[in-house]
Design a protein around this ligand. Structure first.
Ligand code: TYD
Length: 208
């Protein structure tokens, strides 16, 4: 059976990736593909419990503990959801993956990216997403959108300079891995972003 493809969505909080997720699923299903939608941290029973701890504002933790928990959840996610689904020919779409660790724990919290690369290699070997859509938005726009939506979690309560570093780290990674990470200007109108998403996905669909 042909392996499915692995697509990940990234961006600072409020970049609008959740809104585009529904559109991506629609496009893939229209193309006759079977999809599995999941998220990080989370996606498994244990992963969702780790997510609850990681997002809980009342729980303080060392930046390295935070990184280790993110990768622990990811290890479980790969084992229980991502790898088996790909092997069954399903297309897996994950709302965030390892680029988020480099952006948030690396850029935001200032952890050494070499340490994160060790965890990356330990957790996933050489596996990388086939495509990463990075939704780029200026920090003030992202923050405005978040504050309109809901009560902030442990990450969303961070200050502007934290998100500036997260965004800068995402931009650096997009430059570092231009074949895999496709940057989408998420400050455009919703319909413009949808068109950009469709164009990027068409490339992957035509590679089939
Ligand atoms: P998010 O995906 O934005 O979910 P929601 O839309 O429900 O708020 O929340 C997950 C948070 O976890 C987000 O602020 C980024 C953070 N995160 C990391 O810091 N490192 C990681 O490796 C991952 C996967 C997420």
């Amino acid at each position: 059976m042909t392996q499915g493809k692995f697509i990940t969505l990234e961006g600072i909080d409020g970049a609008g990736k959740s809104t585009q997720l529904a559109w991506i699923i629609e496009l893939l299903q229209r193309a006759g593909l079977q999809t599995v939608v999941t998220r990080e941290p989370g996606g498994t029973l244990l992963g969702e419990q780790l997510r609850a701890l990681l997002l809980d504002k009342s729980i303080a933790m060392h930046a390295e503990t935070e990184a280790l928990l993110m990768f622990a959840a990811r290890r479980e996610h790969l084992d229980k959801v991502i790898l088996p689904s790909l092997a069954q020919g399903q297309w897996v779409i994950s709302d965030r993956f390892t680029d988020a660790s480099f952006a948030y724990q690396g850029g935001g919290r200032g952890l050494d990216s070499e340490k994160l690369a060790i965890l990356e290699h330990w957790t996933q070997g050489t596996l990388q997403p086939d495509l990463t859509l990075y939704f780029d938005v200026p920090v003030d726009v992202g923050q405005q959108r978040v504050s309109q939506i809901k009560v902030s979690d442990r990450f969303e309560q961070e200050q502007t300079d934290f998100f500036q570093r997260v965004r800068a780290a995402y931009l650096t990674r997009a430059k570092q891995f231009p074949d895999r990470i496709k940057q989408i200007d998420s400050s455009q109108s919703l319909s413009e972003v949808k068109i950009a998403v469709e164009q990027v996905l068409q490339h992957l669909l035509h590679d089939e």
